[in-house]
Design a protein around this ligand. Structure first.
Ligand code: G3H
Ligand code: 13P
Ligand code: ZN
Length: 312
């Protein structure tokens, strides 16, 4: 099977009340871990690449790694997606360079500017058989050196979504309902609560339209503990409760973005291995433990959070 767009995946996910996991990839071990888990569980999957990942690993290496994963896992649908495209140029480069889906993130612009930019990307992408995700509202947290403070973040306004999707022709929409990027999503002592009222209002305004949730890591405390016990220092790292993500997956949310949880699993494996036996200096010894953790995280998400097992 060749790489697919997300169109069919989202249609089935919407109708079936589940979501597709979109996992960030930065190197071979991460690509292997995600696709092995998805392959074994017969689940569709989205592999997403940020600008930072392209800078780190190089566009061609990442595309070829994903193509290798496709050969190793021929029975599951895999989409290759640009995460948080900042401008038309990076979207064009990924569309021309083998991606099947791109995100144009115009959330930092005014509503009208976001519409104009998104429309331009949609026109180019659709002419090349590629689908587009856009964002309305602003998430707090860190992406690619851009830090949005909690005060500058803002929920998506439901009364804007219909005009936005109609005028842009976009294929899916990322919304802000209380998630944020990174491992520090909520203040210690507070009760994390996503704004399902906003999500449901959006659902009613654009029925059948696929919604995307960014910043959806749950920050597994067992990995935070392992990291802190083995030389790391992650204080008060708190994520989105998984029962709320399960609830979101049953709604119009068709794509759930997870990166931080993979980072935590990988880092926990590496630190635990090296701390346990400081004589190790073969990278395969510690990376294979990190890779196994990432695979376990993805398998858990597919089975217990997203509901995409056996939906390939
Ligand atoms: O949205 C942020 C993702 O976790 C990607 O992070 O830009 O550091 O690769 P990155
Ligand atoms: P997390 O930091 O919660 O994993 O979010 C990842 C993300 O939204 C990538 O676009
Ligand atoms: Zn994101």
């Amino acid at each position: 099977m060749a790489l697919v767009t997300t169109t069919e995946m989202f249609k089935k996910a919407y109708e079936g009340g589940y979501a597709i996991g979109a996992f960030n990839v930065n190197n071979m071990e991460i690509v292997q871990a995600i696709t092995e888990a998805a392959g074994e569980l017969n689940s569709p999957v989205i592999l997403q690449v940020s600008a930072g990942a392209r800078k780190y690993a190089n566009h061609t290496y990442l595309v070829k790694l994903v193509e290798a994963a496709l050969i190793e896992n021929p029975n599951i649908p895999i989409a290759l997606h640009l995460d948080h495209g900042a401008d038309f140029e990076i979207c064009k480069s990924c569309i021309d360079g083998g991606f099947t889906s791109v995100m144009i993130d115009g959330s930092k612009y005014s509503f009208q500017e976001n519409i104009e930019l998104t429309k331009k990307v949609v026109e180019y992408a659709h002419a090349h058989g590629v689908v587009v995700e856009a964002e309305l509202g602003k998430l707090a947290g860190i992406e690619d050196d851009v830090k949005v403070s909690a005060e500058d973040s803002s929920y998506t306004q439901p009364d804007e979504v219909e005009e936005f999707v109609t005028k842009t022709g976009v294929d899916s929409l990322a919304i802000a309902i209380g998630t944020s990027h990174g491992a520090y999503k909520f203040k210690p002592g507070t009760k994390p609560q996503l704004r399902f009222d906003i999500l449901h209002e959006i659902e009613q305004r654009i029925p059948g339209f696929p919604i995307v949730l960014h910043g959806a890591s749950s920050v597994p405390q067992e990995y935070v503990k392992i990291i802190n016990e083995n030389g790391g220092k992650l204080k008060d790292a708190i994520g989105v409760p998984e029962d709320q993500l399960r609830e979101a997956a049953r709604s119009a949310v068709c794509k759930i973005n997870i990166d931080s949880d993979l980072r935590l699993g990988l880092t926990a494996g590496v630190l635990q291995t090296l701390h346990g036996d400081p004589s190790i200096f073969d990278p395969r010894e510690y990376l294979k433990v990190g890779r196994a953790n990432v695979k376990a995280v993805v398998a858990h998400k597919i089975k217990d959070v997203l509901g995409s097992e056996n939906k390939a």
